[in-house]
Design a protein around this ligand. Structure first.
Ligand code: FAD
Length: 402
C-alpha cells in the first residue's frame, strides 16, 4: 500500500532517499528550507565535483575511520562503481583523475542535479522549497512555509539535514537541540576538512597571504602526504592541510597544542641538504645560502625565517633537519562555517539497523548529520548518497513489517 513519506532536507542524502522510495511506489514529499535544492552539492561542483574515488574498495571504506563499521552496509550496497553508474544513468559520465578521484566529465554538479530533480518529479516526488522544519509537533513535524505554519503527519520521515559547515547554503544544524530534547545523543559538530589559525607576524601575513607552498610533504599523526597548501591571512588551508585536519583538531582538543611538520625539500635527503648547505660561503646572505644550498626561496624561505627567526645562525646539519621537518604550530581550527564538512552528529548507538532513531519510531536519519567524517576525495558525497539509499531501504522495510 502507498505510504506517505516526508524527506526533510533536499541535499544528496535526502534526494537519493526520495529517488528510491518513489521508485518503490510511495508518496514522497521533500521539504527543503532553501529556495532551491542541493545548494552545497552545487557549490561542491564549483571547484570540480569530486563525486567518488576509484581506489580499491577496502581502502575506500577505511577512510571513514572508526565509523567504517557502521557505514559499511550502506557503502557495500552503494559502492563507488554504483555512484558512477548512477551518475551515468542521469547523463553524467565520469572520469578518474590522476589522483584516483572521480569527477563528472563536465566537472560541474548542475547538469546532474537538474537531471536528478527531473527524474524525481517524473517519479511523482513532491518537491517543496522554502519549507523549513521547525521541530516536532504532536505526532508530526512543524514547518514554516510561505503559506504559513504547516504540520505534516507522514507514515515515516527521514531527516537529511546535513552537518554544520557553510550554514548559508542551508545546513545550519538547528536540529541539534531538537533531537537532544528528545533524548537523542548527538556528538558535538566540529569542523572537518578545515584550515587552521596560525599566529603569523603582520609582515609575513601581508606579504604571503594567498601564496601556495608547492611540492612539499607534510606529516602529522594522520600520516605523511605530499602536495601543496596555501598560506592564508589567518593561517594555513588547502587540501594538504585538510588531510591532517582531523588529527590536528583532535590533538589540539586533547593536548592543547598541535603542529604540522613540513618538509620543504622532499626531493633531497637531510644528508645532501647538510652537505650542500655546508658548501655555501659563510659570508653569503642567508637567502643566498638557502637558495643555492637547498633550492629554497620565496614563501618557503620566508616561512622558515618566520617560524625560526634565528635559523640563519644554525650549523648546516641542524638547518638541514629544520628544512626537512619545519613545525607549524596551529592555534585552532578555522570556524565550522568555513569547513568543507563537519564531524560529529547523531550517535550510531541511536540508530537501529534500518537507520531509524530508536527512541522515535518512524523517524530515520541519513547523510552528514550522522556521526562520521572522512577526508576530501569523493568520500563525503558517496557516503551521503549511500546512507540516503540505506535509510530509504530501512523505511521500506519498517513500513512493510509494521
Ligand atoms: C565548498 C565545499 C566543497 C565540497 N566538495 C565536495 C566534493 O568535491 N566531494 C565530496 O564528496 N563532498 C564535497 N563536499 C561535501 C558535500 O557537499 C557534503 O558532505 C554533502 O552535500 C552533504 O550531503 P547531505 O545531504 O547530508 O547534506 P546537505 O548537502 O547539507 O543538504 C542538507 C539540506 O537540508 C536542508 N535543511 C537544513 N535544515 C533544514 C530545515 N530545518 N528544514 C528544511 N531543510 C533543511 C539544507 O538547506 C540542505 O539543502 C563539499 C562541501 C563544501 C562546503
Amino acid at each position: 500500500m502507498t505510504k506517505q513519506i516526508a524527506i526533510i532536507g533536499g541535499g544528496p542524502a535526502g534526494l537519493m532517499a526520495a529517488e528510491v522510495l518513489s521508485a518503490a511506489g510511495h508518496a514522497v514529499t521533500v521539504y527543503e528550507a532553501m529556495p532551491t535544492f542541493g545548494r552545497k552539492f552545487l557549490l561542491a561542483g564549483k571547484s570540480g565535483l569530486n563525486i567518488t574515488h576509484s581506489e580499491d574498495f577496502s581502502s575506500f571504506a577505511a577512510r571513514f575511520g572508526t565509523a567504517c563499521a557502521h557505514l559499511r552496509p550502506a557503502l557495500d550496497a552503494f559502492t563507488p562503481d554504483d555512484v558512477r553508474a548512477w551518475a551515468a544513468g542521469l547523463g553524467t559520465e565520469t572520469f578518474v583523475g590522476t589522483s584516483g578521484r572521480v569527477f563528472p566529465n563536465v566537472m560541474k554538479a548542475s547538469p546532474l542535479l537538474r537531471a536528478w530533480l527531473r527524474r524525481l518529479e517524473a517519479q511523482g516526488v513532491v518537491l517543496k522549497t522554502r519549507h523549513r522544519w521547525l521541530g516536532f509537533a504532536e505526532n508530526g513535524y512543524r514547518f514554516e512555509t510561505p503559506e504559513g505554519p504547516v504540520i505534516a503527519r507522514p507514515d515515516a520521515a527521514l531527516l537529511a539535514l546535513g552537518g554544520a559547515s557553510w550554514p548559508r547554503l542551508g545546513s545550519d544544524a538547528a536540529w541539534v537541540p531538537w533531537l537532544r530534547d528528545k533524548g537523542i545523543l548527538v556528538a558535538d559538530l566540529r569542523p572537518a576538512n578545515c584550515g587552521f589559525d596560525v599566529a603569523w607576524s603582520e609582515a609575513f601575513r601581508e606579504r604571503f597571504a594567498g601564496e601556495p607552498l608547492k611540492s612539499v610533504s607534510t606529516t602529522s599523526e594522520a600520516g605523511t602526504f605530499q602536495g601543496e597548501f596555501v598560506i592564508s591571512k589567518h593561517g594555513i588551508e588547502g587540501s594538504l592541510v585538510y588531510a591532517h585536519s582531523a588529527a590536528l583538531r583532535d590533538r589540539l582538543l586533547e593536548k592543547g597544542h598541535a603542529a604540522l611538520a613540513v618538509d620543504l625539500a622532499p626531493g633531497r635527503t637531510t644528508e645532501r641538504l647538510a652537505r650542500d648547505l655546508g658548501r655555501q660561503d659563510a659570508k653569503a646572505s642567508f637567502s643566498n645560502r638557502l637558495r643555492k644550498g637547498a633550492g629554497l626561496e620565496g614563501v618557503k624561505a620566508a616561512l622558515l625565517r618566520e617560524l625560526v627567526p634565528d635559523a640563519n645562525r644554525m650549523p648546516p646539519g641542524e638547518l638541514a633537519q629544520l628544512i626537512k621537518a619545519l613545525q607549524i604550530p596551529v592555534l585552532r581550527p578555522r570556524p565550522i562555517a568555513e569547513a568543507i564538512s563537519s564531524a560529529g552528529g547523531i550517535a550510531w548507538s541511536e540508530l537501529d539497523e534500518h537507520s531509524m532513531l530508536k527512541p522515535l519510531p518512524g523517524l530515520f536519519a541519513a547523510g552528514e548529520m550522522l556521526d562520521w567524517e572522512a577526508p576530501t576525495g569523493g568520500y563525503l558525497l558517496t557516503a551521503c548518497l549511500a546512507t540516503g539509499r540505506a535509510a530509504a531501504r530501512g523505511i521500506e522495510a519498517w513500513l512493510r513489517h509494521r
